[in-house]
Design a protein around this ligand. Sequence first.
Ligand SMILES: NC(=O)c1ccc[n+]([C@@H]2O[C@H](COP(=O)([O-])OP(=O)(O)OC[C@H]3O[C@@H](n4cnc5c(N)ncnc54)[C@H](O)[C@@H]3O)[C@@H](O)[C@H]2O)c1
Length: 239
Amino acid sequence: MPLALITGGATGLGAAIAREAHDRGYEVAVLDLAEARDVPWRSLVGDVTDEASLIAALDALGAVPDLLVNNAGVVQFAPLLDMTTEEFARITAINLTGAFSMARLVARGMVERGSGHIVNVTSIAGIATSPGVNAYVSSKRGLAALTELMAQEWGPSGVRANAVAPGMIDGGMSTGIYQNEAARARRSGAVPSRRLGTEDDIAQAVMWLDSEGASYINGHELVVDGGVTKAVMSLIPRD
Ligand SMILES: NC(=O)c1ccc[n+]([C@@H]2O[C@H](COP(=O)([O-])OP(=O)(O)OC[C@H]3O[C@@H](n4cnc5c(N)ncnc54)[C@H](O)[C@@H]3O)[C@@H](O)[C@H]2O)c1
């Protein structure tokens, strides 16, 4: 039974990925700041910005995961001029450095074993930038670049690394945005697929990337957004 470890797996997209992995017969563990309750998988407490807590959690897990999903992430909206260096560093520490720390700790064992897969959860915000999204944008674009590097450095040892970039998802950290019916309609109307995405859309994409049929995909950022990122020119008035 393959072992999947999902960071930030107590809520939102991470919990959906854990559920999907569990349904597909994986042994599942999630790592989050607080314990996940009433779930049929292991819950590890750790902070991706605190390497000692990650080492302790991996020791408690007692095995090298076959699949690591670096999903823990936070967003903070503010214009660059209003953002302090400390706030910028905090977002980067969780979204980018945290994923690096976790991947580095787990990949050592994967490389030794000669197999494994790391999926980094990025965002369309790192591909199509917009004002006010500040450190989130740079951390997610950085994570996409880091994914390519992981694939190149660890690929020869049988370890794959890919990214999934969600967009327009009605769930997780975006739940609040879609409480407003008018915002829902405006946003889903801008998506070529004419709907918002679900947490399950992302979970399916992550788990498909880990399937045998996707075994030659390495260093790729899979955009799961109903087509909106590529449709940016359709949103610009012609006259
Ligand atoms: N929901 C969306 O619309 C959307 C879109 C694009 C990308 N994403 C990405 O998906 C991932 C999951 O986000 P979500 O929407 O489920 O948000 P969420 O806020 O529901 O879940 C994030 C999880 O990460 C955990 N976390 C935060 N800081 C942590 C830390 N230092 N150490 C360990 N865990 C930590 C939180 O406790 C939480 O359980 C994030 O990387 C996010 O950037 C989400």
